[in-house]
Design a binder for this molecule. Structure first.
Ligand SMILES: Cc1cc2nc3c(=O)[nH]c(=O)nc-3n(C[C@H](O)[C@H](O)[C@H](O)COP(=O)(O)OP(=O)(O)OC[C@H]3O[C@@H](n4cnc5c(N)ncnc54)[C@H](O)[C@@H]3O)c2cc1C
Length: 404
């Protein structure tokens, strides 16, 4: 692993910085969190600008519209964009951070041709239809059923319910896990990964309100939804393995730019603590120092994981992504707790005219609770680390199989 930029990487970094300096002031402000059409327009516009400038899909293949750069250059892109305060991927989260990479690794050339360039241009928004009311950590227990129909069995008819589907309201496509094997068969073997167009008849959405008052999730009800067999990624029954590829990207690279954000936030918290009495408390100073060390270590881990993926045959992050996901999500919660304590009363504010802080501290704190749940809970990551990295025996399970 190289810790310093090569001359080519340094040149790339400087060109990108200059482009960000020139482009960011031209952007409209971020729309309100629940104005979904405006959020889609804003995030898609940013993605289109990146695409026109050659900064979309840094390490995606050039034949599908990516730049064909190395994962290290991709990391430089994430670091510089975050340092410059560029918009986050927003509603493009699923498409850019895990559905797109899964298609590159597993889909047919026709499927890649159809979807990858559109994702990169910001024209196609994706969501993830994995979780169900009774299948979260134990994802392999999913029951949404897909049965082949048609004269030559040319489409699947899908029935079931998905939940916690982020950004479903603005999505064009869904990475959908369905059960194609018998309901009472081995649960990991009967799962299939499908591309579902969200405008297919039979797809209904019911928005779910979060504790922070946002409607970023939906429940997705699927009734006789007909999906062409041509939309299947990989073989029928091989969906569990493909879902693990999706998770490797989601956990391994999905939160990388947030480490840069968290390091900046910690500097702000330290400055705030100095202004207030909080700095007099040695516990507060110790917590700031611990978190600084933790985020530095996480950044080094990101570089290690990226370097490992760069040298692997398939470019898919390994189980080290679970170490990153576990440590980052827990450190991120400690950061928000510390921020709240240092800020004092303002930290409880949502829409409060007495709040002196120009941010959404109450919302941020509630939102941080989700970090240790989304993309697989901390307990599940500990199980994966125990079994796949430390080689400990599998946890006992009443049913055959295990957790996501
Ligand atoms: C912000 C956010 C966004 C999300 N977006 C999506 C999305 O777009 N698409 C999607 O499909 N899903 C999404 N999810 C759902 C997410 O993947 C699930 O919430 C998560 O996998 C946990 O499942 P569950 O909520 O059913 O909890 P459960 O699985 O019911 O878990 C409840 C508790 O039991 C613990 N537990 C369960 N099994 C074990 C075990 N074997 N060992 C030890 N402890 C265990 C868990 O850690 C947890 O603390 C999102 C969740 C959040 C918070």
């Amino acid at each position: 692993m190289q810790l310093r930029d090569t001359p080519d990487q340094q040149r790339f970094r400087e060109e990108l910085r200059a482009w960000l300096r020139a482009t960011l002031p031209t952007l409209d402000p971020q729309p309100s969190q629940d104005d979904w059409p405006a959020r889609r327009a804003h995030d898609s516009h940013w993605q289109a600008l990146l695409h026109q400038a050659g900064y979309a899909g840094l390490n995606w293949p050039a034949e599908y519209g990516g730049r064909g750069a190395t994962p290290t250059e991709h990391l430089i892109f994430l670091e510089e964009s975050e340092l410059a305060g560029a918009p986050y991927v927003g509603v493009n989260f699923v498409g850019l951070l895990h559905a797109g990479p899964t298609l590159i690794a597993e889909a047919s050339p026709e499927q890649r041709e159809r979807h990858i360039p559109a994702i990169l241009r910001g024209e196609e928004i994706w969501c993830q239809g994995f979780s169900e009311p009774d299948a979260g950590s134990d994802l392999a227990a999913l029951r949404t059923r897909a049965v082949r129909e048609g004269a030559g069995g040319e489409h699947y008819v899908v029935n079931g319910r998905k939940t916690w589907t982020s950004h479903a309201e603005v999505a064009d496509y869904c990475e959908l896990l369905v059960r194609t094997g018998p309901p009472d068969g081995p649960k990991h073997q009967g799962i299939t990964w499908l591309i579902m167009p969200m405008d297919t008849p039979g797809v209904a959405l019911r928005p779910l309100m979060t504790a922070g008052g946002s409607t970023e999730f939906s429940e997705m009800i699927l009734e006789d939804v007909r999906i062409p067999v041509a939309n299947r990624v990989g073989q029928e029954g091989d969906g569990w393995r493909i879902a693990m590829v999706t998770f490797a990207f989601e956990r391994g690279t999905g939160f990388v730019s947030e480490v840069v954000w968290a390091r900046r936030r910690l500097v702000e918290i330290a400055a705030l603590a100095r202004e207030k009495a909080a700095w007099e408390d040695s516990q507060t100073r110790r917590r700031i120092a611990r978190l600084a060390a933790e985020f530095d270590a996480l950044w080094a881990l990101v570089k290690r994981n990226v370097s490992e993926a760069e040298h692997s045959a398939d470019g898919v992050p390994g189980p080290g992504s679970s170490v990153f996901k576990l440590r980052f999500s827990e450190a991120r919660q400690h950061l928000d707790d510390l921020h709240a304590e240092v800020r004092g009363r303002d930290a409880l504010a949502f829409d409060d005219e007495l709040c002196t802080y120009d941010g959404e501290p109450g919302y941020e704190r509630l939102r941080s609770l989700a970090y240790t749940i989304a993309a697989g809970t901390s307990q599940v990551q500990r199980n994966i680390i125990g079994e796949r990295i430390l080689g400990l025996p599998k946890e006992p399970s009443a049913a055959k199989g295990g957790a996501r």
